[in-house]
Design a protein around this ligand. Structure first.
Ligand code: BEZ
Ligand code: FE
Length: 290
């Protein structure tokens, strides 16, 4: 096509894709380019605006390294990461939510009833629940990975003062599907806003804060893996998460307990709970792999 016009450009692009193009790639690209061209036309995009967009992407490339991925962060603050989660989360299981950039492999084993709190400051929380199928059948041997922020709102891999695997654990549940551990209350934190994502947030009057949360990855052979987060009901940012990760079904309630109140059996830190503490019960539902 030599005389490409506004009206023929999208179709011309599609015609240029060869017969060998993978059908799924063709259909996703077709849709992407159709929306991209429609976006530019709908907004009468100026050269200056087009350049600004490319400048933000260029800066994202410059700031991205093995520790920080600004493109993922763009996807997070634009709601794309959460939308992909929603599209791929079956209705009858616990909703998934963003993985985030602070997960690391190799978290140490934590027995059921184990203690993640260790020497960390902050109020103790006993977290427990069941991993089950939608009908309530416990999933024996399900594996749970947990990670969270310390009392200063930083993950261990953001903070040289914390041991590498601070507040991270890997638990295998028993025949009853039950998990149980002690930890501290995680703290809200701000996503990095010193790069192009921050520029976008500031230009649109948005803050970079996320409500506090516990991260979980739950896996079991034959079941769809679940990557999710659980948020306390009293967090000030619950309705203003910068990355849109909160779902009603992912809200947990801290129940305040007095020092000396009975603790669940098998709790490693049981005798050490001499101060008031909190309890949280949260169950996870996995569905079988299709
Ligand atoms: C997190 O939950 O760790 C996170 C998620 C998205 C962006 C930044 C952090
Ligand atoms: Fe997080």
């Amino acid at each position: 096509m030599r005389n490409v016009t506004r009206d023929t450009l999208t179709q011309t692009f599609l015609d240029y894709c060869g017969a060998e193009t993978d059908p799924r790639l063709r259909s996703v690209l077709e849709s992407l380019v159709r929306h991209l061209h429609a976006f530019a036309m709908e907004n009468n995009l100026t050269h200056a605006e087009w350049r600004k967009g490319l400048e933000l992407l260029t800066k994202a490339g410059e700031i991205t390294d093995s520790e920080r991925n600004e493109f993922v962060l763009f996807s997070d603050v634009l709601g794309l990461s959460s939308l992909v989660d929603m599209i791929n989360s079956p209705d009858d299981c616990t909703p998934s939510s963003v993985l985030g950039p602070f997960h690391i492999l190799g978290a140490p084993d934590l027995p059921v009833g184990g203690d993640l709190k260790g020497d960390n400051d902050g109020p103790t929380v006993i977290v427990s629940g069941i991993v089950s199928e939608p009908d309530g059948t416990p999933i024996k041997g399900a594996e749970i990975e947990i990670w969270q922020t310390a009392d200063n709102g930083l993950y261990s891999n953001q903070d040289p003062e914390q041991p590498e695997y601070n507040l991270r654990g890997h638990m295998v549940v028993g025949d009853d599907g039950r998990y149980l551990f002690t930890t501290i209350r995680p703290q809200p934190y701000a996503v990095p806003d010193d790069g192009p994502v921050g520029e976008l947030l500031h230009a649109t009057g948005r803050h970079p804060w996320r409500p506090s949360h516990l991260h979980f990855i739950i896996t079991a052979p034959g079941y769809r893996s679940l990557v999710t987060e659980v948020f306390p009901s009293d967090d000030p940012y619950l309705d203003a998460d910068a990355v849109f990760g909160v779902r009603e079904k992912l809200i947990m309630v801290y129940e305040k307990q007095s020092a000396g109140d009975p603790v669940p059996s098998g709790l490693a830190a049981g005798d050490a709970l001499t101060d008031p503490y909190y309890k949280v019960d949260f169950d996870f539902v996995l569905v079988r792999e299709a």
